[in-house]
Design a protein around this ligand. Structure first.
Ligand SMILES: *Cc1c(COP(=O)(O)O)cnc(C)c1O
Length: 426
């Protein structure tokens, strides 16, 4: 039966048997017991599936991962301890020392550092590209050793909307998969795999959890990228893994299972950034109400963006749901039912007005967080980006006047009243 998203959010991933718990049990156990060494040996050779140590797999985490795979329309998924870990695992599963990736410049700052600093130190080279560039320009960034292309559905904090089909065409023309971070859109508003993305990642810390309760991430595979067409490019998936008695992931697990099995059996085994079963339980509670929460986040953001865009003291507003926004047309195509709850804007008084505005907010809290049920607000120039000069801020697309507002689930009119009084006093 083809189920709709609201149903999958409640039902997918866990089907209790007779007399079993209705809610996903928190399997708070590091290890699992076996009757014989032979039984356990089969697990170590990946010949049988089962649990033996929670760094490799845990039933609570697996159930929640299966739910997210269903939501994104993927074949398999793996939870990670954070969104950062999810981005790293998704890329490192196919790109190692001596390899290269192409990434959009419009991505989360943490992902930018991961690629530009830490993965570079590991020998993975990156070329950043303007996501709005033509296919010809994007193509020029590719090299012989390029293994993946990376972008964000809606960029945090730049709020660019990614032309996913364009990126997928370019990636596939060069024989590499497209990885999309779908954190801001969530599968409620966009399922990148339907537009050609091969792998999707999330910081589940954001809308999926949605209550500011649990850090987490997830990697989802579409099962559609045919690694076996490029065995020389993806030897990790197409040739034997000696650390698993010579298993070849694409042969043993097929295209549907190869990527995530390797990611789990090899990378999670060796690097261990697991999500705790307790956090997975919280994440699952968030997922149950995700469609309803996302709709309210978007409705609040739309109303607030419209309020700000007509306010005489507001210099500019960036929100792809606003007619006239640079990304309005792309948003209509990829996010027809809503985009996200995050807006950025500037006041006519620039940096000074922004600082004063922040002091007068009553409902909106000052936090370096987004996508929470509580409205929160950030002035990067005086906090996260305070080491940068005004010129550097401008170049980074985070002007000195920029205020990032993450619209929560509170009543729309209450939020607008709070913004109105803070703007008046600024
Ligand atoms: C927050 C965020 C991340 C990093 O996630 P953490 O859970 O904080 O590690 C990655 N991508 C996007 C788009 C984010 O907003």
């Amino acid at each position: 039966m083809n189920q709709n998203l609201e149903t999958l959010c409640i039902q997918a991933g866990y089907a209790p048997g007779n007399g079993e718990p209705r809610q996903i049990p928190i399997v708070q156990s590091t290890t699992f017991k076996y009757a014989t060494s032979e039984d356990m040996g089969k697990l170590f050779d990946l010949e049988a599936s089962g649990y033996f140590y929670s760094r490799l797999a845990n039933p609570t985490c697996d159930a929640v991962a299966a739910k997210i795979a269903a939501l994104e329309g993927g074949t398999a998924a793996m939870l990670t301890g954070s969104g950062q870990a999810a981005s790293f695992y998704a890329i490192f599963n196919i790109a190692g020392c001596g390899d290269h990736v192409v990434a959009s410049t419009a991505i989360y700052g943490g992902t930018y550092n991961l690629l530009a600093v830490t993965m570079k130190r590991m020998g993975v080279d990156v070329t950043f590209v303007d996501p709005d560039a033509s296919e010809e320009e994007l193509s020029r960034a590719f090299r012989e050793n390029t293994k993946a292309m990376f972008g964000e559905t809606i960029a945090n904090p730049a709020l660019n909307v990614l032309d996913i089909e364009k990126f997928a065409r370019v990636a596939h023309a060069h024989g590499v998969p497209l990885i999309v971070d779908n954190t801001f859109a969530t599968p409620v508003n966009c399922r990148p795999m339907e537009w050609g993305a091969d792998i999707v990642t999330h910081s589940t810390t954001k809308y999926m959890d949605g209550h500011g309760a649990a850090l987490g991430g997830v990697v989802v595979d579409s099962g559609k990228f045919d690694w076996t067409k490029y065995p020389d490019k993806f030897p990790g998936l197409c040739t034997p893994d000696e650390s698993y008695h010579g298993v070849t992931y694409t042969q043993r697990f097929g295209l549907a299972g190869a990527f995530i099995t390797k990611c789990t059996a090899q990378l999670m085994r060796d690097l261990g950034s697991v999500q705790s079963p307790q956090n997975a339980f919280y994440l699952n509670l968030g997922l149950e109400s995700l469609p309803f929460r996302v709709r309210q986040h978007c409705a609040n953001a739309q109303a607030i963006a419209e309020f700000l865009s007509t306010h005489p003291k507001v210099a500019w507003v960036k929100y792809c749901g606003l007619k006239g926004d640079k990304y309005y047309d792309l948003a209509q195509k990829y996010l027809p039912n809503g985009s996200c709850g995050v807006i950025s804007f500037g006041l006519k008084g620039g940096r000074k007005a922004a600082e004063s505005f922040m002091k007068h907010l009553q409902l909106g809290a000052i936090e370096t967080h987004v996508a929470d049920s509580r409205t929160c607000c950030l002035h990067p120039a005086s906090t996260t980006h305070r080491q940068m000069t005004d010129g550097e801020l401008e170049a980074a697309g985070v002007g000195a006047d920029l205020i990032r507002l993450s619209c929560g689930l509170e009543n729309t009119q209450d939020l607008i009243a709070d913004l109105a009084q803070a703007i008046e006093k600024a």
